[in-house]
Design a protein around this ligand. Sequence first.
Ligand code: LMR
Length: 332
Amino acid sequence: MSRHLCLLLVLSALALPAQAAPLIIKFSHVVAPDTPKGRAALKFKDLAEKMTRGKVRVQVYPNSLLYKDREELEALQINAVQMLAPSLSKFGPLGLREFELFDLPYLFPDEQVLHRVMDGPIGQRLLQRLESKGLLGLAYWDNGFKHFSANRPLHKLEDFKGLRMRIQPSQVLAAQMRALGAQPQPMGFAEVYGALERGVVDGTENPESNFFSQQMDRVQSHLTLSQHGYLGYVVVVNLRVWRGLPDDIRLTLEEALRLATVFERQIAREDNRQALARVRAAGRTQVHILPQAERERLRQQMLPVHRAFMPVIGRDLIEGSYRAAAESAPPP
Ligand code: LMR
């Protein structure tokens, strides 16, 4: 290349406006990419990068690759990661025990009631509580209703006796398992498969998508469709860091998240339905339907947990959820 041409290239490069390095948002989570949360995180990445025209790059780390669920909230508080979607059961250990509302067994008869509570004043009040921990809750994401699994059939209440059951770190979930005569074993999500494989625990509870995508059907011979409790998420960011973003970027990211949330709420139920179909097709786990009478026995056995946790969670939150359920009940 001639010296003249070289000089021209250098001069024209200098004339270009400096391209600012994109802002990096690390979004860490503990489940597989092919789950409602995993897919919505990727949807958010796609929308956020397009809508900010490359000013933001979102790096999604699934399957506890970056942080396990015990560490990820601490990492967010020190801005080592910028976005998470922990399950609602993971906020109790931070001291936000009101979130254990969502762990109460048989509190929400269906998704409509759940969404009415989550998207109404109760859900908003809980999001505000996050601010006391330096966090900002931007959206609720669904997974779905949980089912019990074990390495023996769970047809009736007595079958739970003495089983070591993995739970998320929630006192309500521990009380629920004790009410059934089982022994609760809190454990991070990344450890569950190995613990089931080695027989450290006998069983657990999951929505179908987590059960199948973590290949738990290889280590659990029985799954009972109990639908006894709910598992969902809050998308959280660091309050100070988020409020420090330039207004245009922050508002665009919030709009991208709103769209990703609409997508997430639409796919969650179908993802779980497909996951159950795959468990059935793989044929490694026997799937049991809980007869109505046995479901009612389990429910009666677990209901005292609601009353026991009223002082911790707040009577008004629990009774507000009962009212939401009553409003949607068909007239007698
Ligand atoms: C669990 O620990 O079972 C769940 O919180 C995992 C998840 O994020 O869905």
